[in-house]
Design a protein around this ligand. Structure first.
Ligand code: IPD
Length: 299
């Protein structure tokens, strides 16, 4: 069966725009004092869920079921209700209604709705929309990656600047929701190593960034304005859409750890490393190797 990825992509863009409006309205109502002031539904301090997360996912799920009744669905809030993620070769929409919920709760604008589609278990369509910043990232396999449907990614066309090595990189990463000492200590140690003077080729990395959204971190890699993203502990709905966007921008995404070269992505790995587009794949693999040399094994 052949699928028209561009049709799925344009539906996903429409859905993301509709969902984005719900997120924007909720933010504006809350700021003007006319909306619900008790947004937080489950107050696990490191993994917040709001009524808007639930309402947006319900809306997206319903629209997808009406339009593509044969397609499967995996969503962050649906899984939180205890539904098992059944992953098959069938077209499967993988959705995070709000990636960056902590930002959303705090009124910080780095918030995105993330809508990805896998077919044959491969991520093939992705839309990440940041409604508070008016940035819509989209990609379908074989069709390129775009910002706001018109600007081709990465920036710096026709060719991105050389990647160099880790000492010339900005690295995005996150605190994540697992703050158990074994996990957070290893993450902090890794960040320490990335930033430590005279570590990489006799120098330290340029800096680190944490946007609070795995999807947005990956989209900064797709833009080419961040060189590396590494995270352990986020979920498939945080990354599937943006994986398509990064790959279509010429970047590489590797899952798992300590792999010799980019293998097919395992979206469930909960360990993701992305490197931005560069003229030569060797420089991408070189930076990936430098990261693997310092990334510890974390559960
Ligand atoms: C979270 C964000 C964050 C990452 C966490 C995710 P959510 O997603 O992507 O950047 O560090 O691991 O759970 O909860 O805001 O959808």
């Amino acid at each position: 069966e052949t699928h028209d990825l561009t049709e799925f992509l344009s539906f996903a863009i429409t859905l993301a725009q509709e969902a984005g409006k719900m997120i924007k309205d909720a933010t504006e109502n809350r700021m003007s004092g006319t909306g619900n002031q008790f947004l937080v539904k489950y107050d696990n301090p490191t993994d917040l869920v709001t009524e808007t997360d639930q309402a947006v996912e319900k809306y997206i799920k319903k629209r997808l079921a009406e339009t593509y009744p044969d397609h499967r669905f995996i969503g962050e809030e649906t899984m939180a209700e205890g539904v098992d993620a059944v992953f098959t070769d069938e077209p499967t929409w993988i959705v995070d209604p709000i990636d960056g919920t902590t930002n959303f709760v705090h009124g910080h604008p780095f918030v995105a709705v993330s809508i990805g589609l896998t077919i044959g278990k491969e991520p093939v369509v992705g839309v990440v929309y940041c409604p508070l910043m008016n940035e819509l990232f989209s990609a379908a396999k074989g069709h390129g990656a775009f910002l706001n449907q018109s600007i081709r990614l990465p920036f710096f066309q026709p060719t991105p600047p050389p990647l160099g090595d880790l000492s010339q990189c900005v690295v995005a990463t996150e605190a994540g929701s697992d703050r158990s000492p074994e996990v957070i200590d290893k993450k902090i140690e890794t960040i320490h190593t990335i930033l430590k003077q005279k570590q990489h080729n006799g120098k330290e990395a340029h800096s680190i960034r944490c946007t609070g959204s795995a999807a947005i971190n990956l989209c900064t890699v797709a833009k080419g304005v961040v060189d590396v993203y590494w995270e352990v502990g986020c979920w498939e709905w945080d990354v599937v859409a943006a994986i398509v966007i990064v790959r279509e921008s010429g970047g590489i995404v590797v899952t798992g750890s300590h792999q010799p070269d980019p293998a097919p992505v395992n979206i469930f790995s909960r360990k993701y490393l992305a490197i931005r587009a560069a003229q030569d794949e060797n420089s991408q693999l070189n930076v990936a190797q430098q990261m693997w040399d310092i990334i510890p094994e974390i559960t």
